[in-house]
Design a binder for this molecule. Structure first.
Ligand code: GDP
Ligand code: MN
Length: 382
C-alpha cells in the first residue's frame, strides 16, 4: 500500500524527521487561503499522486506570489498522472537547496534484509545515478537484531558531513526513518531529496512510504490512510468476497478457479494474440453465488468485450458447476459473448447441461476456448 507525500510527512513529523511547513489543498481558492495563512512568500505546489517523478512530469511548480499560487494550483489540479486525476496539492514552504541527499530503507529480497541506501547525489536524477555511477550510492544491510545503534548511524552520517553539527541531525534522521520503517511494517521508506538548506538545516523535502499489504491487519492506523484508486477499490471488494481480482488492460474477462489455471489462461490469451482484462481466481469451489459476483465484477469493467470462464471441476463436480453457471446466468442480465470450458469429473454431463442454454458457447478444450474468445473479440471489435 502506498500513501501520499502529505500523509508520509505526517508520519515523519510524528517520528521527529524535519519537514518544511506545508498545507494540503483541494482547490485553487483553498491554496490561496493557505498561502495567506502561512504568510511565506515563496512556496512550492506539489501534485499529490501515488507516482514517482512528479517533478519531471510537471507536477511540482514554485510560486512567488498569490497570483502564481492560484494559477499553478489550477494547472496542477487539471493534470492527470499515469491516468489518475490529481485532486490534491501540497502547498509547501520553498526551501533554499544547497545540496540534495538520498536516504531510504527497503526490504531487499536478495539479502533477505532491510537495506539502508544513502547517497549525496539525491534529487530527481537518482535513477540515472544508480545506472551510470552506482558507486555514488551506498547500500548497507541492517542486521535486524542490532538495528541502527548510534555508532552505526554516525558512521553513515560522517560519510557526508565532517562536522557534528550536521552529522548529529543526519544520524538522528537515519535512526528515526529506520524506526518508522520497522514499527509500521513498511517495505520502502524514502526521502529524496533530503535537503541541506543554504541556512544549514536538513529537511525532508519529499517523502515516500510503501507498506507491506500482508501486515496491514496489525497496522490499523496505517490502514486508515489507504486511498484506493478505482482499480484498487474493485480489488478490495473482490478480496472481501473471497476472490483474488486484479484488473489489467485487455478485453477478455476471465473467470477461473485456481491461481495456476488463471495464470495459464492469461498466458494462452496472450499467445493467441489478445490480452486479458483481469486475473480472477474465484477459488477452489465454484458455487453459483461466486460466479454471479464474479460476473457482476467483470460487467462493471467497460473494457470487457468477451468473457471466458475456465473451470476445473475437481472436488466440485462439473455437472454441479454447470448447474451453478445456469443458475448464475439466470440472475445476471448480460449481452457479452461468453465462452465456457469445463473440465474434470463428469465433464461430459456438465457440457450437456450447459448446451441446454444459449447463453454460452461451450468449448471442449482450453485451446478451443481461448481461440474462440480471441476470435470473438476480433469480430466484436470490427
Ligand atoms: P518527485 O519528482 O515526485 O520526486 O518530487 P520531489 O518532491 O522530490 O520534488 C522534485 C524536485 O523538486 C526536488 O528534487 C527538488 O529539486 C525540487 N524541489 C522540491 N521542493 C523544493 C523547494 O522547496 N525548493 C526548491 N528549490 N526545490 C524544490
Ligand atoms: Mn522525490
Amino acid at each position: 500500500m502506498k500513501i501520499h507525500e502529505y500523509q508520509a510527512k505526517e508520519l515523519f513529523s510524528i517520528y521527529g524527521i524535519p519537514v518544511e511547513k506545508h498545507a494540503l489543498c483541494h482547490t485553487a481558492d483553498g491554496a490561496l487561503a493557505a498561502y495567506h495563512r502561512m504568510g511565506i512568500p515563496r512556496v512550492v505546489i506539489k501534485a499529490q499522486a501515488l507516482v514517482g517523478g512528479r517533478g519531471k512530469a510537471g507536477g511540482i511548480k514554485s510560486a512567488l506570489n498569490a497570483e502564481e499560487v492560484y494559477r499553478n494550483t489550477k494547472t496542477i489540479l487539471t493534470m492527470t498522472m499515469k491516468g489518475l486525476p490529481i485532486t490534491k496539492v501540497l502547498l509547501s514552504e520553498a526551501v533554499n537547496i544547497a545540496s540534495e541527499y538520498y536516504l531510504g530503507f527497503v526490504v531487499d529480497r536478495n539479502t533477505h534484509a532491510v537495506v539502508l541506501i544513502i547517497s549525496d547525489t539525491g534529487g530527481m536524477d537518482i535513477e540515472e545515478v544508480a545506472r551510470n555511477t552506482p558507486e555514488k550510492i551506498v547500500r548497507f544491510k541492517i542486521d535486524p537484531a542490532i538495528g541502527i545503534p548510534d555508532y552505526l548511524a554516525r558512521r553513515f552520517a560522517f560519510l557526508y558531513f565532517n562536522r557534528i553539527e550536521l552529522a548529529g541531525p543526519m544520524s538522528t534522521i537515519i535512526q528515526s526513518l529506520y524506526k518508522l520503517f520497522v514499527e509500521n511494517d513498511a517495505s520502502l521508506a524514502e526521502i529524496n531529496p533530503l535537503v541541506l538548506t543554504t541556512e544549514g538545516h536538513l529537511v525532508a523535502v519529499d517523502a515516500k512510504i510503501t507498506f507491506d499489504d500482508n501486515a496491514l491487519y496489525r497496522q490499523p492506523k496505517i490502514h486508515t490512510l489507504f486511498e484506493p484508486t478505482i482499480d484498487e477499490k474493485a480489488e478490495a471488494l473482490a478480496k472481501e468476497k473471497g476472490f483474488v481480482y486484479i484488473r489489467m488492460d485487455g478485453e477478455i474477462g476471465c473467470i477461473v478457479n485456481g491461481a495456476g489455471l488463471a495464470m495459464a489462461t492469461m498466458d494462452m490469451i496472450k499467445l493467441y494474440g489478445a490480452a486479458p482484462a483481469n486475473f480472477l481466481d474465484i477459488g477452489g469451489s465454484s458455487n453459483p453465488a461466486k460466479v454471479v459476483e464474479a460476473m457482476k465484477m467483470l460487467l462493471n469493467d467497460k473494457q470487457v468485450k468477451v468473457v471466458l470462464i475456465n473451470i476445473f471441476g475437481g472436488i466440485t463436480r462439473c455437472d454441479d458447476v454447470a448447474m451453478g453457471l445456469l443458475e448464475a446466468f439466470e440472475k445476471v442480465n448480460i449481452n457479452i459473448p461468453t465462452i465456457v470450458r469445463l473440465t474434470g469429473t463428469n465433464e461430459q454431463r456438465g457440457r450437456e447441461l450447459l448446451r441446454t442454454s444459449n447463453r454460452f458457447r461451450v468449448a471442449e478444450t482450453m485451446k478451443e476456448a481461448v481461440l474462440w474468445a480471441v476470435q470473438t473479440l476480433k469480430r466484436e471489435s470490427i
